[in-house]
Design a protein around this ligand. Structure first.
Ligand SMILES: [Zn+2]
Length: 431
């Protein structure tokens, strides 16, 4: 499956490479991310050896007496079973996997990859190679009675590519038509999931422009990297996102002015929930039988259904609160707080003061306190005032501070420029 996806991705990306060759060589600073720098460092140390390895000098004397046994790893196989099939010595296997830290990597052979054993006339293993991926090869070479094990790496280069198109049938079909690899179509939908309902609200004529990375080894594309910047025009409204890697090396997508794309709050605190009672400041209370404001929303769900915090924050109350039964209350900073009531129990490992992330489970649906049946009572407060969480306009995730914003601008402005260039070019092409 993985292989098939990769093939699809390669095919799609190649198409775009042809359609947008002019973008292929625009360098950008963000490619020099730490991961790649580390890769480069490892690579430059090994590259000469690797060149020797892929183009070995003809060894006239040994050529006639050594033989290469090729084996493509199948599902369920490991190096030990492959050694048995190729009739190789178990002692050599042990020596290779225990030669050094790199030797251990031979233990993780993956289906679809190639193992090549070079044996001499007496069937003795001289060299073993395993192609980990298009840019890394493990090689074990016999030296007397032991093996020298190395990881040889080729330099991975990133180039930018552009895919752009117009919706005429479906996001999937039209983006594929435009040459966008399948995994990046999914990514694009994911990036704009907070703003665009791709299932219900796409319209013919909606447009997308995607600037993304292609990964190459020795000039040949073998995979696609991330989306760098993207614009989606949905029903005339343009949404733009850029990729940014923060000081912790974590990359996510933001609006060009540095706001997170995700909202600070989830719409509902459960995956599947049915509203059983709305926010109503003049409701007749079902148990007390008096007019009493219902300052939250009730979601009916079976006892034990996980309840999630709708935003990042800190637990400021966790315990019993008269009619509310078991309650968790969370302060989200910036005057926002939420409350979850009638819980059957609390999530273990959390306590008063615990910091929690949006979507973390905090407890389970129950009917503790004054409740006619199992349900979650959910309240949303802004500066102490109860508001209806179903209709409230949620803010974007909390903005970044000024120091990070400067870094953000430096890193993402060229990506926005690339996006603009790609769009302008499509205008010219149309005219
Ligand atoms: Zn309620």
């Amino acid at each position: 499956m993985k292989n098939r996806l990769l093939k699809t991705a390669l095919f799609g990306a190649c198409t775009v490479a042809a359609a947008s060759a002019s973008y292929g060589l625009i360098p950008h600073k963000s490619f020099e991310d730490s991961k790649r720098l580390e890769q480069d460092r490892l690579i430059s140390a090994k590259i000469n050896q690797y060149t020797n390895y892929i183009e070995p000098a003809p060894k006239v004397e040994t050529e006639n007496i050594s033989e290469e046994l090729e084996h493509t790893v199948k599902s369920g196989e490991n190096l030990s079973s492959i050694f048995s099939q190729l009739d190789l010595s178990r002692e050599d296997l042990h020596k290779i996997t225990h030669a050094n830290a790199t030797g251990k990597m031979f233990a993780d052979v993956e289906p679809g990859r190639d193992v090549v054993a070079t044996v001499n006339a007496s069937g003795e293993l001289e060299e073993l190679t395993y192609t980990k991926n298009p840019f890394e090869t493990l090689i074990a070479t016999r030296h007397d009675n032991d093996f020298d094990v190395k990881l040889l790496s080729k330099k991975v280069e990133a180039q930018t590519a552009v895919a752009k198109g117009t919706i005429t049938s479906s996001l999937f079909e039209d983006a594929k038509q435009a040459g966008l690899p399948v995994k990046l179509i999914m990514k694009m939908a994911d990036i704009f999931a907070w703003d665009i309902d791709f299932a219900l609200n796409l319209k013919d004529g909606d447009q997308f422009t995607v600037v993304y990375e292609k990964l190459l080894v020795e000039g040949k594309e073998f995979d696609t990297g991330d989306i760098l910047s993207v614009e989606f025009v949905n029903q005339g409204k343009a949404y733009t996102a850029v990729r940014f890697e923060d000081n912790q090396g974590k990359s996510s997508y933001y609006t060009p002015d540095g706001n997170g794309l995700r909202k600070a709050f989830l719409q509902t605190p459960m995956d599947f929930a049915v509203i059983s009672s709305n926010f109503d400041l003049h409701r007749m209370h079902p148990i007390l039988n008096t007019i009493r404001a219902h300052k939250g929303v009730d979601y009916s769900a079976p006892v034990g259904t996980p309840v999630k915090t709708t935003g990042d924050g800190k637990i400021v109350f966790r315990g019993e609160k008269n009619g509310y039964g078991n309650v968790v209350e969370i302060n989200h900073g910036q005057n926002y707080s939420t409350l979850y009531a009638h819980l059957s129990g609390f999530k273990s490992g959390q306590k008063l003061g615990s910091t929690i992330k949006q979507g973390d489970v905090i407890g389970y649906v129950g009917r503790t306190g004054l409740a006619t049946g199992p349900h979650l009572h959910y309240e949303f407060r802004i500066a102490g005032e109860h508001v209806n969480p179903v209709t409230a306009k949620f803010p974007r995730s909390m903005p970044m501070d000024n120091g990070l914003l400067a870094k953000f601008k430096a890193q993402t402005q060229p990506l926005v420029a690339l996006l603009k260039q790609a769009k302008d070019e499509s205008q010219v092409a149309k005219n």
